[in-house]
Ligand binder design. Sequence first.
Ligand code: ATP
Length: 348
Amino acid sequence: MKTNNKVLLGMSGGTDSSVAALLLQDAGYEVTGVTFRFYEKENDTEYLEDARTLCGHLNIPHITYDARDIFRKTIMDYFINEYMAGHTPVPCTLCNNYLKWPLLKKISDEMGIYYFATGHYVRRRLINGHYHITTGADPDKDQSFFLWGLPQDILQRMLLPMGELTKTRVRQIAEERGFQKAAHKRDSLGVCFCPMDYRTFLRREVPEGNIQPGKFFDEMGDFIARNEGYPFYTIGQRRGLGIDLNRAVFVKEIIPEENKVILSDLKALEKTEMRLKEWNITNPDLLLGREDVIVKIRYRKQANRCTVTLLPDQTLHVELHEPLAAIAPGQAAAFYRNDVVLGGGIIL
Ligand SMILES: Nc1ncnc2c1ncn2[C@@H]1O[C@H](COP(=O)(O)OP(=O)(O)OP(=O)(O)O)[C@@H](O)[C@H]1O
């Protein structure tokens, strides 16, 4: 598609996308706002009204796109199924990879709009002919960890007006420009459809009887205690096991077929390799076989050096230079060099 000065902005009705709209307009773009209906808690559609009102104030067109069915199938059902398989799901990463950004591109294509944008706190850089996501300027808000899965045809058309800003500055801008409600909206916390403990969500969503009480065992196969059923535990979990031993124990392994959860000390959770499926690499030359790559499997407080190779079965092998504890199947791993996201995948 030929470039033009039009941009489709994902408008959640919150602070970031509101300020993103203002900044894109200031920069001379012709902005259209789109609000995806992904999930509506107790049918609350106030966010739709907020987004519509904001677009009205900015004098820009606003459209809504009903993605509730596809969100239910690809994100919420996946989330439940992953826990039922003994895995730890990453719904926000998958929503970005498979829904939010592909939908922005699809609708832009249909409307003849070249650019698309969000209020994500990330930046983008062209390196050796390939676009890469880089970390946002606000270290507390950086969302690069969730965007390793985007292909070039999306990366090349994205605009990221929040990338250079801090959240504090963004709230100030909203206030200065008279967007009081947006300025004082609370940040969204965690997974949109499951802001509470995921166990409460599973109890509500999984039909009665599908989760049966199970058992904790130690690494030697000795019974420790009964538990509430394997889906209620995640690899690396220490708190909330409901047992009182005279030593610290962690969830090491989950065996759904036998409804067993294996507990051990932290050291036994360490691994020096992992494999990834559903991976994306921005530029193989910058990642594969290189010694200076960092892998993150958690949003914060973890960064390990690694070497990544492609295996004949088309999975990625990640050799960790130092052991890493609590690697859970289903989680995402994102690769970095300094501030640059090089790709990522889902842990097998
Ligand atoms: N329902 C939605 N419809 C359209 N775009 C959305 C929607 N939800 C999120 N986005 C886009 O994705 C960006 C990141 O979403 P995320 O939920 O991580 O941030 P947020 O803190 O809720 O952002 P905001 O302050 O704009 O609500 C948003 O800034 C927005 O551009």
